[in-house]
Design a binder for this molecule. Structure first.
Ligand code: ADP
Ligand code: F6P
Length: 544
């Protein structure tokens, strides 16, 4: 196990930021075991385990990461360390999987402070451009440190059982884990993937523990992001906020005080397109499509599908629909808008407030625009749906409204174009320019969701597009997604981690040779004293 953080730390005293330590003599003697990206076992470390209770017992969850890693879990040994979500009796693995499932149990206080608190009321809003105000509580931070230590401890045990494994750490819940692993296993290949955005350095600088979080992630060999702008923001934050502990930036590489190099990459995640094509052709999906076609006959169906999250721009979307119906009376009986909202994080007050706001807007709009004897203009499902039903909604929707205020990627956009194309559809997609997906799906109709009237005009424009224009756009986007599916993403991630670890291993051995040829103890390559006093503003400018 890792040493526990000093429990006597009351939180009133700010801990010193420790600079990553240079290798110890005993570690220098070990020759790094070089991973082979195509064969190595993989130890995944993510907040949640990828299984859930289903009708016939435990099954893989449908989430993006579980789907992405399914082939890896079937073909290679390894483990997945994750929170059990409070479920008891989880199996050690599932039939057909070689991966062992290593559940972490969290206490009620840890769920409140680590998951609902620091992960989802501090880091989530902070990293989403602080569109809701992040809350900073020292108790939450301590819990986050403790839980990250527990995850790292379980991961270290798993890595000891899997020689030559790649450690692959996921998301903002576990930002401290890469460094905790590095401290114990200097030659371990480690990747970190952030599934959400990274804000401008000025915004990230607001978190009191900014250096610990950055240095935690920089324990990895590769730190990856969905979009170039998020990667660039992270590199600039490292340059400005870590200069005084001797961290330097060289292009896309970040150099730590002990000269260890960390690559940063842009690697947009994707979906399992073959699975969505299969779903599109499934008889159960076809049956659902028939029912929905009847339900919405004579109306154009506009669709929104999201977790009920304030980043998704659901309120703005509803205001745009309202503005459209206000302006175009003729559309009130010709258009229906369906919002599917998955319940999410409802122990966090901002999520409860959002739900009340969304439901209030829907009630008002329907009260205002429902014609007597006619259907309501806005339909609302507050639940998770079976995959076939979700695919049926994608298939029948004439327009998909993907309008996040900010979103790391947004897989829903990729799912919609894939199902539409597989069913020979010609739906149009309005896509927020503030999503990771907008850098890839260039044929979508772009929108700025903060401008709700402008958004309503985009919807009106999309309703008037020709069938051939819509079909051409869907085809182009579906082809792009098929050529950049999640299996390609996984292969590239694992290859990048293995390659960076090899480069790092060579650099490390070079340093060891230099150290061994010099008399006396290995010198810490820490920063010159003058640099540590320079201090920079988050935008990279020197303080005056
Ligand atoms: P996020 O990761 O922020 O929730 P994404 O759009 O990237 O957003 O991923 C959401 C995932 O959740 C998609 O794979 C989508 O199919 C799934 N999903 C969204 N709404 C529902 C729903 N009502 N029922 C089941 N799955 C859903
Ligand atoms: O996309 C970010 C993310 O945190 C994913 O990692 C996760 O699958 C999803 O949102 C749902 O969040 P939660 O695990 O908090 O329900």
């Amino acid at each position: 196990m890792l040493p526990q953080r000093d429990q006597t730390d009351s939180g009133s005293r700010e801990p010193e930021v420790a600079v990553p330590r240079p290798a110890m003599a005993s570690e220098r003697e070990r020759v790094p075991e070089m991973p082979d990206a195509d064969k190595s076992p993989v130890v995944a470390i993510a907040n949640r385990l990828p299984i859930r209770p289903g009708d016939g017992g435990w099954e893989l969850s449908p989430g993006g990461l579980a789907t992405a890693l399914r082939p890896v879990m079937r073909t290679r040994s390894g483990a997945w360390v994750g929170w059990d979500g409070g479920s008891k009796g989880m199996p050690a693995t599932l039939p057909g999987l070689r991966t062992r499932l290593l559940p972490i149990s969290l206490s009620v206080a840890q769920v409140r402070q680590y998951y609902h608190g620091f992960a989802n009321a501090t880091l989530w809003p902070l990293l989403h451009d602080a569109i809701e105000k992040p809350r900073f509580e020292r108790g939450w931070w301590r819990s986050y440190q403790d839980v990250n230590s527990a995850f790292a401890g379980a991961a270290l045990a798993a890595l000891s059982d899997c020689p030559g494994a790649i450690a692959w750490v996921h998301d903002y819940h576990l930002a401290l884990v890469p460094r905790l692993l590095r401290e114990r296993r200097p030659d371990q290949p480690i990747g970190f993937f952030l599934h959400i955005p990274w804000p401008a350095p000025e915004i990230f600088a607001r978190v009191p523990w900014r250096q610990e979080i950055l240095l935690g992630m920089l324990g990895a060999d590769v730190v990856s992001f969905h979009a170039e702008r998020y990667r660039d923001n992270f590199v600039r934050a490292s340059a400005s906020l870590l200069a005084d502990v001797g961290v330097q930036v060289n292009g896309s590489t970040i150099v730590l005080p002990d000269q260890r190099q960390v690559s940063t990459t842009t690697a947009p995640i994707s979906i399992d397109t073959a699975e969505y094509r299969r779903l599109a052709a499934d008889p159960e999906t076809a049956a659902q499509i028939a029912g929905l076609t009847d339900q919405f006959r004579g109306r154009s169906l506009l669709l929104g599908v999201d977790r009920l999250d304030y980043t998704k721009g659901i309120v703005e979307r509803l205001l745009a629909v309202e503005a459209l119906l206000e302006r175009r009376q003729d559309l009130r009986t010709k258009v229906a808008f369906l919002q599917v909202a998955v319940p999410s994080r409802d122990n966090v007050v901002e999520y409860r407030t959002l739900r009340a706001a969304v439901e209030g807007h829907i009630g008002r709009i329907n009260g205002k625009f429902t014609e007597p004897g006619s259907d309501v203009p806005v339909h609302y499902l507050h639940r998770s749906l079976p995959s076939e039903q979700l695919a049926a909604y994608y298939a029948v929707a004439d327009m998909m409204l993907v309008t996040p205020l900010i979103d790391g990627m947004n897989l829903v956009a990729k799912e919609y174009v894939t199902v539409q194309h597989a069913r020979h559809g010609s739906g149009s997609m309005i896509l927020s320019e503030f999503t990771g997906a907008s850098s890839e799906l260039r044929e979508a109709i772009p929108c700025n969701p903060f401008d709700t009237e402008g958004l309503s005009l985009r919807v009106e424009h999309a309703l008037a597009l020709s069938h051939s224009a819509r079909r051409a756009a869907i085809t182009a986007m579906a082809r792009y997604v098929a050529a950049h599916d999640v299996h390609r993403w996984v292969a590239r991630q694992l290859r990048d981690i293995a390659a960076a670890a090899r480069t790092g291993g060579r650099a490390r051995m070079d340093r060891q040779l230099v150290a061994a040829s010099q008399p006396g103890p290995a010198r810490s390559p820490g920063p010159p004293a003058s640099r540590s006093r320079q201090g920079r503003r988050p935008d990279g400018a020197r303080r005056h």
